[in-house]
Design a protein. Sequence first.
Lengths: 235, 317, 261
Amino acid sequence: MHPTLEVRGLRFRYPDGYPALNGVDLSVAPGEKVALVGPNGAGKSTLLLHLNGILHGEGEVRVAGLTVGDGHLGKVRAALGLVFQDADDQLFSPTVFEDVAFGPLYAGLTQEQVERRVAAALQAVGMQDAGGRVSHHLSGGEKKRVAIATVLAMEPEILVLDEPTAGLDPRARRGLIRLLDDLPQTMLVSTHDLRMVAELFPRTVVLDQGRVVADGPTSRLLADTPFLAEHGLEA
Amino acid sequence: MRFSLETMHIPDGFLSSAVAVLGWGLAVLLLGAALRQTRRQLGERQVPVMGVLAAFIFAAQAVNFPVAAGTSGHLIGAALAAITLGPWAAVLVMTAVVAVQALLFQDGGLIVMGWNLVNMAGLAVLGGYASYRGVLRLVGGHRGGRLAAAFAAAWVSVEVGALATAVELAASGTTTLSFGLPAMASVHALIGLGEGVITIGALALLLTARPEILREAETSPGQGAAHFAVGGLLLALVVALASPWAATSPDGLNAVAEALEFSHQARPLGSGLFAGYQLPGLTHPAAATILAVGLGTLIVFSVAVLAGRGLRPRTAK
Amino acid sequence: MHFHLADRYQPGSSRVHRLDPRAKILIVTGFILGLSLSSPGAWLPFLVYFALILLAAVASGLGPAFPVRRSFVALPFVLAALSLPFTVPGPTLFTVPGLGWAASLPGTIRFAGIVLRTWLAVQAAILLAATTSFPDLMWGMSRLSVPAPLVAIAGFMYRYLFLAGDEALRMVRARTARSAWTEGQRRPSIVWQARVTGNMVGSLFLRSIERSERVYDAMLARGYDGQVRSLVHFHLRRLDVMALAATLAVVGGLVAWSLRG
């Protein structure tokens, strides 16, 4: 059984020379729920963009057994569903239905299959009646749910989310945490919300200055206050 | 609340069917070229980039600044789009803006959209761009030169769009050249100044923050084609004006005159758009306007070139 | 905080709402073309066209006053045609007091014709926008041979319109909040204000460029390959074809009638 996600020795430098990733090693097994934490500028978002091939660095990234960057990006992107931080960037179609249908449509499915996937995905996030709505009329929490649905519709092996609770009011945040708890997929979530991490994610990876500085059980890591403080975190 | 410029979006009913059809013919050619060229320039990014930027232009048109007692100035954005995106990408962006304004907000008609596109997405964009490159060649590529050239481009884009609108209205018999041309030209000469200043402001920021954007725009595909296209469109306008069938619109005056049995009195508009004058001399309002606009353009260009040259950075001796 | 641009669409489930967007687009286009081809002197066609508008307005559940109320949109442009009564030769209808300008009968008729045409055309367009959601309208356009990239661009524009508008509004409000001046102080010059406005526009542009890059990334993440694809949303029904045929028949008849004089 291959790891769902495997990153080895990943290095990346931005065009202006800034070294964002300095040798990242990470491995996620099927069914795991892993949190990725670290201060701003640690390279979390940059790392996530490497996982589905939007950015290319040195080293190796393998998703569901496929090497990222080898020409089957379509399959990689179907296997690893990336949910971006800003839901508005992710909801770019005129209606919710079309947004959720986008992934399956581009995966080459028939109209009937697409419609079925859309219905299932919207159901999974609790937005079954939202199909005809226009994205800009949704609330922040609803947008995040639909954004997750857009990725679920591709039936990925692993869900990767970038700051899912950022900007949500307490009620929407609670709803999203419940949703993430219910979803069965393997998950890697980048977040500042350490209380959510304590609730949902048994394993935590700490990233700082482009490398992994800790990787282990959440309860142990979150109890180590001086270590957290050293890396700009507070439990 | 609606934020677009009322004076250039022609509504349905103001152009004759013949003129409208010609406009669509030109618009289709223009769009075909724009789609091809932007595909070359942007590839896969064509759709999302153009779409989001069209939304930007629309929103930017809503940002106003008070001019005097209750009125305010707005940006149209054709020149800015051309300078920052390249001519053909700008054509596409402005097309989306004009089309969505018509379909969603009934700002501009549907049958006459062909000409609205030609005016605002074709002539304004390409005319502005050609002016920008022209002035730039005369002043050099330094910051001051770019800003000066942008000012000229913005002014020209507004003015040429306005003039074209007046011509189309006259060719349809909705107004006369002697009324329409001076009216549109003068109002838009002022609007053009506002456009110029806002465009400079926007460009100044962009030159500081991301100058590479402009370099990309200036090396985008289809530069030559853009200059060729604007010439073609202007030619089409002249043809539209001069052609005999521009004046005898199907909803023409003759039908009315006959119905009222006054045909012996009424001189059909078709006897010449300069009806009533033997020689379109300098006393004729339309000719005088054309002269005035020509002079105005010359002045704007000269000021831009002088300013651009004057703002050239001094090299250390 | 929301951009105060109301989406003209009025959701509903009337027969008109449920007509295939392709049929509706063709109906409205035919209608406006018919208007364009009718000569100003003949009043009967205008009455029939108005009746058609009323019929559509009632059938859509929006009420007969709806399109009329919203039709004053195009009024300002009427000024452009205002010269007609005074420049078209013919017997004088009335003279403007004080200015002594003589308005001719044919000129005034012509002017009235234009105003009527525009007024009716705008109402047809209003009904189209009110009974057809923008996404459906775009879908209809794409099936009527409008190039797919163009339709997709319009779709993105529609989606991000309100967001961009919100950003612009926020900037304008921030500017207002920082534009306090006391009585007696000299107001900032127009040039300065225009420059500040320009900076705001430039800033909006940068944000839009950056957003477009992120949107592209999001599309890639879901498998975008550069081709524009869409699903089928509507199937032509008998009602659609009949409505279209009926409208074209009426319009065609009116055009033929008015051309014969």
